[in-house]
Ligand binder design. Structure first.
Ligand code: NAD
Ligand code: UGA
Length: 459
């Protein structure tokens, strides 16, 4: 069990597995990294010039290390055989949702791959959970390994959750606030081996070791608390709209208190993305299964607030326009769940657009990064009888010209650079802007003749 690491493998070549391995390969040039996946198209893409994940800086790192000490492959068994460390970065989506109980995380992919590791491995390995998993998944992994391994082959199981955000993945990986390494008593040697990888570029005081269950739970709790902050500020945005306060001022007033802090207090149409929603569902499920009903209900309220924020945005459009949206042309600017990414999985735009389609509105959607098919896929359920109401545009002006309403659903900076005089002149009057991210200068727009309404300020 020496501390020399030659071969690190990552199973799962997605948003986490690819960028994480690339950054590690950059910082540990003497270690061989292989990223494997069952999806051969994904692996082909990692081996091409058109990587399956867009993140600023990622292309350069992959180009520099690929074929040197970074390999992308579908040969999972071979990768397992000579591995010292195997990181598991497989997706853990929600199982079917139960309205009261939340939804368990689907661990089938992880269990399958752990089974394979046990069957193939011939010598000691460190298994690292990088996926976000429910508390005590380490037990499940250890049991599968113990029951299926070759005699005399041992494993240590560690938890090393990932905290990167999409759109800033490389920066987050290069300069993490913290790296958490969790393990049970007796795994200190393995924890030190993993620490020796990170300490190549992460300051020692930022690498924190703790118990295995604490580490697993710290990841779920971090995402839950971040989402809770968004729901908290969004709940206050509703109060602002009703009483005439301004949510930016309120957020500033709160955030200047060092105990509260200023980050993650941007009012919006609600949070989206692949993780907040599923991880809170997983926390609710965990709490319910432990008999902690009050805890489950507490976190459920964060999701309810998020739903309510999206509905409120649509209701506001309907109230301001005073009448039916049937046949009204709406320019939807932004569809991604946040700016800086083409990811539209679980984006608030889906729910909002579906509600607008149901009201009979004609949507002209523009997003700088989300592919057309993704937008169509997201809205497919609503489109069966409404295909003619959906139009996808390839620049903002095509969406705006001839519309009466603009709805900003993603905070893309390029929307700030729109020529608003030109936009106003091309719209049906009276022209409305509903700003779901407080991205624009409302006063200037009002001076140009727009009716401007933003989340967190009264009209
Ligand atoms: P992803 O869907 O982008 O990638 C997961 C990959 O795992 C896919 O390519 C899939 O083909 C592969 N896979 C599934 N089953 C497999 C198996 N049995 N063997 C080999 N490969 C298999 O997912 P992701 O976004 O990288 O997320 C991975 C985990 O990391 C999740 O638990 C997620 O919650 C967590 N996480 C994600 C982010 C993020 O920003 N996306 C950030 C932090 C943590
Ligand atoms: C989030 C966490 O920030 C990461 O730490 C975590 O690793 C990751 O989930 C994960 O586990 O997958 P991500 O979902 O990529 O990262 O993006 P965020 O920047 O957290 O934004 C999530 C959503 O919250 C977006 O829809 C964003 O628009 C919204 N948001 C965020 C707000 O509405 N207001 C804010 O102040 C901040």
């Amino acid at each position: 069990r020496g501390a020399v690491v030659s071969n690190v493998r990552c199973i799962g070549a997605g948003y986490v597995g690819g960028p994480t391995s690339a950054v590690m390969a950059l910082k540990c040039p003497k270690v061989q990294f292989t990223v494997v996946d069952i999806d051969s198209k994904r692996i082909d893409a990692w081996n091409s010039d058109n990587l399956p994940v867009y993140e600023a800086g990622l292309d350069d790192i992959v180009r520099a290390r690929r074929g040197v000490n970074l390999i992308f492959s579908t040969d999972i068994d071979n990768a397992i055989l000579d591995a010292d460390i195997i990181m598991i970065a497989i997706n853990t989506p929600s199982m079917e949702k139960d309205d009261r109980l939340g939804a368990a995380a689907d661990l089938r992919g992880i269990k399958q791959c752990i089974q394979r590791i046990a069957q193939v491995a011939r010598h000691y390995k460190i298994i690292v959970e990088r996926s976000t998993v429910p508390c005590r998944t380490g037990d499940i992994i250890s049991n599968i390994l113990r029951e299926n391994c070759h005699p005399g082959v041992n494993f240590d199981v560690l938890s090393n959750p990932e905290f990167l955000s999409e759109g800033s993945a490389i920066r987050d990986l290069l300069y993490p606030d913290r790296v958490i390494i969790g393990g049970l008593d007796g795994t200190e040697g393995a924890q030190n081996v993993l620490r020796s990888i990170y300490s190549r570029w992460v300051p020692e005081e930022r690498i924190v070791t703790m118990g295995l269950w604490s580490s697993e739970l710290a990841k779920l709790a971090s995402n839950a608390m971040l989402a809770q902050r968004v729901s908290s500020i969004n709940s206050i945005s509703a109060v602002c709209e009703a009483v005439g306060a301004d949510i930016t001022e309120v957020a500033r007033g709160c955030g200047l208190d060092a105990r509260i802090g200023s980050q993650f207090l941007q009012a919006s149409v609600g949070f989206g993305g692949t993780c907040f929603h599923k991880d809170i569902l997983s926390l609710i499920w965990l709490s319910e299964s432990l008999g902690l009903r009050d805890v489950a209900e507490y976190w459920d309220q964060v999701l309810k607030m998020n739903e309510s924020q999206m509905c409120r945005f649509v209701r506001r459009i309907m109230n301001e326009v005073e009448g039916s949206l049937e046949g009204t042309r709406i320019a939807v600017l932004g569809f991604a769940f946040k700016s800086g990414t083409g990811d539209a999985r679980n984006t608030p735009a889906t729910q909002i657009c579906n509600q607008l389609l149901r009201q009979g509105a004609n949507l002209f959607i523009y997003d700088p990064k989300v592919p057309d098919e993704q937008i169509r896929d997201n809205l497919a359920g609503e489109l069966d009888s409404r295909e003619s109401q959906l139009h996808i545009c390839h620049n903002a002006y095509d969406a705006i010209a001839g519309s009466q309403i603009i709805a900003i659903l993603t905070a893309w900076k390029e929307f700030q650079a729109i020529d608003w005089v030109k936009a106003h002149s091309q719209m049906i009057q009276p022209a409305y802007v509903f700003d779901g991210h407080r991205l624009l200068d409302g006063l200037s727009l009002e001076r140009l003749g727009f009716h401007y309404a933003s989340v967190g300020t009264p009209s």
